[in-house]
Design a protein around this ligand. Structure first.
Ligand SMILES: C[S@@+](CC[C@H](N)C(=O)[O-])C[C@H]1O[C@@H](n2cnc3c(N)ncnc32)[C@H](O)[C@@H]1O
Length: 176
């Protein structure tokens, strides 16, 4: 199922194509990510704790074990939509950042996508993730890109504005 939402456009047409070289890990799959293997123009490894939507041959595992699961470091890790969908505490998010840090090459990039809505916020978005430093992502010219949703153009989600999980879907960019 294609989700015709602005944050999805940013992910698919701006963020993923930017990583055209090196080795990438993409964590968190879903019914709407079935075509993602074809979007990457470089070597990509998919990871999810649930094998349901993983492309064949992918690794089933917890992102908090990323550095153990993949001994070779990555140039970039993209984790989208895991917070509040498995990573439900601040500690689990911090463990994720720690593991991703270890799993990246020096200067490697971490893209962290999450719904910054009241009901799904796990931690303060300006929480400093230990060793990482914010990375100004060139195509968006910011280290933190908040998605905005137009009420009128997405009527299917307008039944309760406060429950729009993707309303404030945000991408943060970090560098090791
Ligand atoms: C809401 S889906 C997001 C899917 C996808 N990234 C997207 O862009 O739509 C969340 C996914 O994260 C996975 N997940 C949750 N916690 C995880 C963890 N600790 N390690 C790896 N995957 C996890 C879930 O199994 C689920 O498939």
């Amino acid at each position: 199922m294609a989700l015709n939402l602005p944050d999805r456009d940013v992910l698919e047409t701006v963020i993923i194509p930017f990583f055209s070289q090196g080795t990438i890990c993409f964590a968190g799959l879903d019914k709407n990510t079935k075509n993602y293997p074809s979007l990457f123009k470089t070597q990509v490894y998919f990871l999810d704790i649930d094998q349901r939507y993983l492309p064949a041959g992918s690794t089933v595992g917890d992102i908090r074990d990323l550095h153990d699961l993949f001994p070779e470091p990555f140039d970039a890790v993209i984790a989208n939509g895991l917070a509040a969908f498995g990573l439900n505490t601040a500690e689990s998010v911090q463990d994720t950042f720690d593991s991703v840090y270890k799993a990246l090459k020096p200067h490697g990039i971490f893209v962290w996508g999450y719904s910054d809505s009241n009901e799904r916020r796990i931690i303060d978005p300006v929480f400093i993730k230990k060793e990482f430093r914010p990375y100004v992502f060139p195509p968006l010219n910011t280290w933190r890109y908040p998605g905005f949703r137009s009420w009128n153009s997405h009527k299917e989600y307008s039944w309760d504005i406060n429950k729009i999980a993707y309303q404030c879907h945000t991408f943060e960019f970090y560098q090791k």
